[in-house]
Design a protein around this ligand. Structure first.
Ligand code: NDP
Length: 356
């Protein structure tokens, strides 16, 4: 059983060498005395920026630290290969929290969304918190992205936090990523004017030519972010979907319209800094009566059935596109995860461990 293990707590920017591959033995059936357990084979693992919070030794965080020497724990798509639990049978496909290894034994799996356990703050953090996959006529890897946690994050952030309406001008940072690409497409479907920023020419091309954004720019090539935003939004920004923080947020605040809304989904530019900062224009919040709201997807999983009803048909009818970056094999997992913090991923970063 190959595993991807945390070597030590990460300080500063993560490196591939903070993780290592280890082989442990595993019985390919439920051991005696493990009533209620399931054994899953992990098919796809999800590389998500939040994992860095668990890889650091943190006192004040919404995340608990992982234990060095143990496999990374995160979202994935798995197949049940043995079960002594009445709610899961051999062959079931699930998405949810698993470990970064080939096979995972889950002592007490929970069938989460169906139970609507949304008042539980540990919701979707404990291995074995699963949601059964009922629709398999889409790529299974989509349950790490558009049909899983990032999809739900985009949906909750845009529809529940941004208060969008037709004709709004919408700006999205890290726009070609797992969440950003979806927010942009939701906004276009609503009839908004949508602009995204991303960190390479290829990503900008994808935003404009594949995902239907009205405009996009490479923030790494702009001398002056305020000028770039001003160029793309001559009439100002009504909604900012924040994924990066820092200098970008500062420049956006100068370009927001009266009664603008900012949904703070993430601030990836800040996660690995000793001294986060770079925001000086907060007084704009007052003058422009801006509403800024941070949110965490865990508080919105009760909307998952509604989300699936909306998004699944859009995917099947080809009205929404999803760009994935699939790294092959567990060996590629450390590089894929670390690559999120330098923008190496083009679209949702997934690790394919096994195809079936
Ligand atoms: P992405 O797929 O967008 O991958 C991360 C991207 O961030 C990179 O590809 C890179 O794109 C960009 N990036 C990395 N470092 C920097 C930097 N220093 N400055 C600017 N951009 C940077 O990730 P996700 O879509 O999964 O996540 C997007 C955000 O949402 C993250 O901040 C994440 O923490 C947050 N999040 C929040 C959740 C919530 O519940 N609130 C749930 C899940 C995620 P580029 O090449 O464009 O720079």
């Amino acid at each position: 059983n190959k595993q991807v293990v945390l070597k030590h707590y990460v300080t500063g920017f993560p490196k591939e060498s903070d993780l290592f591959l280890k082989t442990a033995t595993v019985e390919l059936k439920i051991p005696h005395g493990c009533n209620g357990a399931v054994l899953v084979k992990n098919l796809y693992l999800s590389c998500d920026p939040y994992l860095i919070n668990h890889m650091k030794k943190v006192e004040e965080n919404y995340a608990d630290s992982f234990t060095p020497g143990s496999p990374i724990v995160g979202y994935g798509v798995s197949r049940v290969v043995d079960s002594s639990n009445p709610h899961f049978k051999k062959g079931d496909l699930v998405w949810g929290i698993t470990s970064w290894e080939e096979y995972t034994l889950i002592k007490s799996p929970r069938n989460s969304i169906q139970n609507q356990e949304t008042d539980d703050v540990t919701f979707f953090t404990v291995p074995g918190t699963f949601c059964k996959i009922l629709h398999t006529d889409v790529p299974l890897s989509y349950y790490t992205g558009i049909l899983g946690m990032p999809g739900m994050t985009a949906y909750a952030g845009f529809y529940e936090v941004c208060s969008p309406k037709k004709g709004d001008t919408v700006f999205i940072s890290a726009a070609s990523g797992a969440i950003g690409q979806l927010v942009g497409q939701f906004a276009k479907l609503m009839g908004c004017y949508v602009v995204g920023s991303a960190g390479s020419k290829d990503k900008v091309d994808i935003l404009k030519n594949k995902l239907g954004f009205d405009n996009a720019f490479n923030y790494k090539e702009e001398q002056d972010l305020n000028a770039a935003l001003n160029r793309c939004f001559p009439n100002g920004i009504d909604i900012y979907f924040e994924n990066v923080g820092g200098k970008m947020l500062d420049a956006v605040l100068l370009n927001m319209n009266l009664h603008g809304r900012v949904a703070v989904c993430g601030m990836i530019s800040q996660y690995n800094l000793d001294q986060p900062g770079g925001v000086h224009n907060l007084a704009c919040l007052i003058i422009k009566r801006i509403r800024i709201e941070g949110y965490v997807v865990n508080d919105y999983y009760h909307l998952y059935p509604k989300f699936l009803d909306k998004v699944l048909p859009l995917v099947k009818e080809g009205k929404i596109t999803y760009v994935e970056d699939i790294a092959e094999g567990l060996e590629s997992a450390p590089g894929a995860l670390v690559g999120l913090f330098s923008g190496r991923n083009v679209g949702k970063q997934v690790v394919a461990v096994a195809r079936e």
